[in-house]
Design a binder for this molecule. Structure first.
Ligand code: SAM
Length: 231
């Protein structure tokens, strides 16, 4: 049985997909998706040998070595061009997800849907989607074991959700344009925690020598903290 976070990821995979799950570790996502009859073929990519072996063991356990390929390599380098129709990248920081997408752009030709689950820094993933001609079609946020996870779904297309106004757009990128409207409980929890962290940092800063740059930073942090409390 899959945890809530990965279950939500699997729920977003279009039926009949050739799924590449990058940074797959135990290959839970492709294995579960295959067992549910959602994907026709899976690729589990891993850059590290230990997790790659864990993936292979799991695929072997469900007797699906012919349907799910386990491959060792960095990011999207494990894929052939036009091979995957859906890509999931889960359980990493937003900057790493962004750099995997950026480095492997030429492998995205046949991809109809990206399912991205950044543990932190979701704004880097949203801005990559926006800058690269993807529409953010769905966002969810789930709480599990006292942690909060965002799941972002991107598809090729023309973006219309983001504001033209830069400030407003930056807040949308940070909080998520859908999530900031819906404000579900895990969302409120996430941002009240982030506000607490900033509060702590501000407390530390107040004790130091006040340079012009530091004062600027404090002003910016206070603005962010207030916005986080407000949402
Ligand atoms: N995707 C699984 C999940 O969400 O439960 C595993 C997440 S685990 C925290 C992150 C995995 O990403 C690790 O197994 C790590 O080896 C792998 N990883 C990190 N950088 C990677 C890269 N550039 N390419 C492929 N895998 C990578």
């Amino acid at each position: 049985i899959l945890d809530r976070r990965l279950k939500q990821v699997v729920d977003y995979i279009p039926k009949g997909s050739v799924l590449a799950d990058i940074g797959s570790d135990h290959a839970y996502v492709p294995c579960y998706a295959l067992q549910q009859g959602i994907i026709s073929k899976g690729i589990a990519g891993e850059v590290n040998v230990g997790p790659m072996e864990a993936a292979r063991a799991q695929v072997d356990l469900i007797e699906s070595l012919d349907a799910i390929d386990v491959r060792l390599g960095d990011g999207l380098a494990v894929l052939k061009e036009d091979e995957a129709t859906c890509i999931s990248i889960c359980g990493m920081g937003g900057s790493l997800i962004r750099s995997i997408l950026e480095t492997g752009k030429e492998k995205l030709g046949a991809v109809e849907r990206l399912i991205l689950q950044p543990n932190v820094d979701g704004q880097h993933v949203r801005s990559w989607l926006l800058e690269n001609g993807y529409v953010l079609v769905k966002e969810s946020i789930v709480e599990e074991n006292d942690k909060v996870y965002e799941i972002l779904v991107g598809e090729k297309g023309i973006e219309t959700i983001y504001s033209e106004e830069v400030n407003e757009r930056n807040w949308q990128l940070l909080f998520g344009p859908f999530l900031i409207q819906e404000r579900p409980e895990p969302f409120k929890l996430k941002w009240s925690r982030e506000a607490d962290k900033l509060e702590y940092v501000l407390g530390q800063m107040a004790d130091g020598i006040q340079s012009e740059a530091l004062i600027q930073k404090q002003v910016e942090f206070k603005r962010m903290r207030d916005k986080m409390r407000e949402v």
